[in-house]
Design a protein around this ligand. Structure first.
Ligand code: B12
Length: 244
């Protein structure tokens, strides 16, 4: 199957559940990174970055809670994403697929994939970094970068990278991400909100998004991970397991 066919198949499996897929070549990713972060595949190897959009909560997460057995130790959203990636694997039985999740770390705690870089070079979301601002006002403070989606602003997450390890896509066209914040003032404001006030979520609203998290979903993600199961139980989304 060509990269176009593989993308269509992936979209067919993931779109209905509120995920988006964007193809890229490993070489594009490695080209902007320091060697310690390289993914070790040939440069033309085909990969996809997977985003969750606001509707993932209703379309994938809630049905998952109702239908699947939750493991006790793992984060419920991570389990839901992993479940959908397992369905992807079933659709491509003849392909060797490596799936790398946003939370996966090497033994030295370095992330296995830099999701923001992958999202940028695939054309999915622009990754605004400190170096995209001239004469910044932050002195020697550490400033983290943030991706902005052209439709959902900051209301999305970057969940995984799928690598079709044996598929080469030399003809894949490089799509640039949409720069929604061309002015330096807007970029400074975004980076300040993301770094100094991320808890209020205002960085997500850099422009009016097409869709954002519902109040329920916002509350879920604002709840510390250790208390999320309790929240799901109070919503009746999760039945507390009997003591045994
Ligand atoms: C570790 C981590 C943290 C740490 C450190 C943050 C950091 N950025 O280093 C902490 C705990 C502080 C953190 C906090 C948060 N995080 Co966090 N975090 C991560 C994680 C797991 C790894 C990031 C990392 O270590 N990067 C390593 C550094 C070195 O990468 P870098 O700064 O991008 O540097 C590279 C680029 O500059 C690149 N490069 C160089 N030149 C060029 C040129 C171009 C064009 C490009 C594209 C790249 C590029 O080369 C450098 C490396 O060589 C990612 C998930 C993932 N696997 O990527 C989420 C992630 C970055 N976090 C995310 C979020 C949302 C948050 C929080 C808001 C909390 C939350 N989860 O709700 C807060 C906000 C930040 C804050 N104000 O504290 C999101 C960001 C989404 C977005 N829209 O961008 C991510 C992607 C998780 C996700 N699943 O979506 N996080």
């Amino acid at each position: 199957m060509t990269h176009v066919g593989l993308k269509e198949q992936l979209q067919k499996v993931l779109d209905p559940f509120g995920f988006e897929v964007y193809p890229f070549k490993i070489g594009w990713y490695n080209a902007v990174l320091e060697p310690t972060f390289y993914l070790s595949y040939n440069e033309d190897t085909l990969a996809f970055v997977i985003l969750s959009t606001p509707s993932m909560f209703e379309k994938a997460f809630k049905p998952f809670l109702n239908e699947q057995k939750l493991e006790h130790v793992r984060d419920p959203i991570d389990q839901c994403v992993a479940y959908h990636m397992s369905l992807v694997k079933e659709v491509f039985p003849c392909y060797k697929l490596d799936i790398i999740y946003d939370y996966e770390l090497h033994p030295n705690r370095r992330p296995k994939v830099l999701m923001q870089t992958a999202a940028h070079i695939s054309g999915a979301t622009y990754y605004y970094q400190r170096k995209d601002v001239q004469h910044d006002p932050w002195g020697d403070k550490k400033i983290y970068g943030v991706c902005i989606h052209p439709q959902f602003g900051g209301w999305f997450a970057i969940r995984a990278v799928l690598v079709f390890t044996e598929v080469q896509a030399p003809a894949l066209e490089h799509t640039l991400p949409l720069d929604c914040l061309p002015s330096h003032e807007q970029r400074i404001q975004l980076l300040e909100q993301f770094n100094f006030n991320w808890k209020d979520g205002k960085y997500r609203d850099v422009f009016p998004p097409k869709e954002k998290y519902s109040p329920e979903q916002t509350l879920y993600f604002a709840t510390p991970p250790a208390e999320r199961r309790k929240l799901l139980e109070t919503w009746g989304q999760l039945h507390s397991s009997p003591a045994c």
